[in-house]
Write a protein that binds this ligand. Structure first.
Ligand SMILES: [Zn+2]
Length: 391
């Protein structure tokens, strides 16, 4: 019998072997959802509907393969179980306008090491991927691991993506037209999954940040561009080809300032870091956004006005999003979110002015994961795409 046929017979639906695999899968997917929080064997039995004896057999087998680790508990809690290093590793890569961040994590989501480096703003995709490869090898080397130990790599790009191809982008001009999945998989030597950075921020906040426990979460990244990631009914909403959430180009004023997309009066033309820098250009030439935030915190009235205006326009955009989607919570990340309440107070005001009365109290908060949101989201993407029972 050829090996394929043998495999098919062994795992035929309804056979004892296929039932065992299906039960293992249920236990493993529960542990994946648990992330860093260990589950007791009693929890696992209750959540999966499996008999306690079946659970303890599965846990014993998985522990022998070093896929899970167990800690003997006391009293009613019993033995607690979590995913172990033997379940494999994943990497997350986050590209920005002028940086790349790389992290290595266990399947539990626990980050083992991470690194962030500057990139030149107009970098080509091959230069960016080469840098990411160096960082990946360095981080893996420190852990005594190799690229072949990686189950998957998740990668975020600050650009609209259509089936992993980078659409027009002023933020990443050196990547336009590139099939990022194919190029990155070849450059990094492992399977790479690509996602827009705001979508990854939403995934990360939903799993580990202020979106945890909410079914409908809007994450807005306000940096050199403005984009949103949408979690609807606990799932990332990508749209038909993956370009959902491009709220930076909501029209707020048909006669407003020109936007780099060619339209006028887009949200991004009022609320991006580029606009803040341009507005403060005379007073603080060459300053970075954090310096303008500091000036505002020290009472510089022009700097205060920059964040107030940006926040107000952001709030108008968020009002449209709220009228359309009625989210549980809106989380704001990206460089402009470093301004905290200086930005959010007026964003809440802008939102209140234009939403239906019933949704005026939709919480608008600074995202919990800060500059690491997209990188953590890339890890979530990689973990969720991994089949722990695949060889
Ligand atoms: Zn635009």
């Amino acid at each position: 019998m050829p090996p394929d046929a043998e495999e098919k017979t062994r795992n035929a639906p309804g056979s004892a072997a296929s039932l065992r695999v299906a039960n293992q899968r249920r236990v493993l997917s529960l542990l994946l959802r648990q992330g860093n929080e260990p589950a007791s064997q009693a929890d696992i039995a209750r959540e999966t509907g499996l008999a306690p004896g079946t659970v303890s057999t599965i846990v014993r087998e998985l522990a022998a393969a070093n896929v899970v680790s167990t800690v003997a508990g006391s009293g009613r809690r019993g033995t607690s179980v979590r995913l172990a290093r033997g379940a494999g590793l994943v990497a997350g890569v986050d590209f920005g306008h002028s940086h790349v961040a790389v992290a290595i994590a266990e399947m539990s989501g626990e980050v083992l090491s991470e690194q962030r480096r500057q990139l030149s703003p107009g970098h080509g995709h091959d230069e960016g991927l080469g840098r990411a490869r160096e960082m990946l090898e360095e981080l893996l080397g420190e852990l005594g691991a190799e690229v072949s130990d990686l189950r998957n790599i998740g990668m975020g790009l600050p650009a609209p993506l259509s089936d992993s191809v980078v659409m027009s982008s002023a933020i990443l001009p050196g990547w336009v037209g590139v099939n990022a999945r194919d190029e990155a998989s070849a450059a990094l030597g492992a399977k790479v999954l690509i996602e827009n950075d705001a979508n990854l921020g939403a995934l990360a906040e939903h799993r580990h940040g202020h979106g945890k426990g909410h079914a409908n979460v809007v994450f807005v990244k306000v940096s050199s561009g403005v984009g949103a990631g949408l979690i609807l009914d606990n799932k990332l909403f990508r749209g038909t080809s993956g370009t959902s959430g491009e709220i930076g180009h909501l029209t707020l004023d048909d006669q407003g300032p020109l936007c780099r997309c060619g339209s006028r009066g887009c949200l991004e033309a009022y609320a991006s870091t580029g606009t803040a820098l341009a507005m403060m250009g005379d007073q603080m030439p060459g300053a970075r956004v954090d310096a303008i935030i500091e000036a505002a915190q020290q009472g510089n009235v022009s700097a205060l006005r920059v964040f107030e205006d940006a926040g107000l326009h952001l709030g108008w955009g968020l009002a449209t999003v709220t009228n359309l989607l009625n989210p549980d919570v809106i989380l704001v990340g990206g460089d402009m979110a470093h301004a905290g309440e200086l930005l959010l107070e007026s964003a809440r005001l802008g939102l209140r002015r234009h939403v239906l009365a019933g949704t005026a109290s939709t919480p608008v908060l600074v995202a919990a994961l800060g500059d690491r949101a997209s990188m953590i989201g890339a890890l979530v993407l990689a973990i969720d795409a991994t089949d722990l029972l695949a060889a």
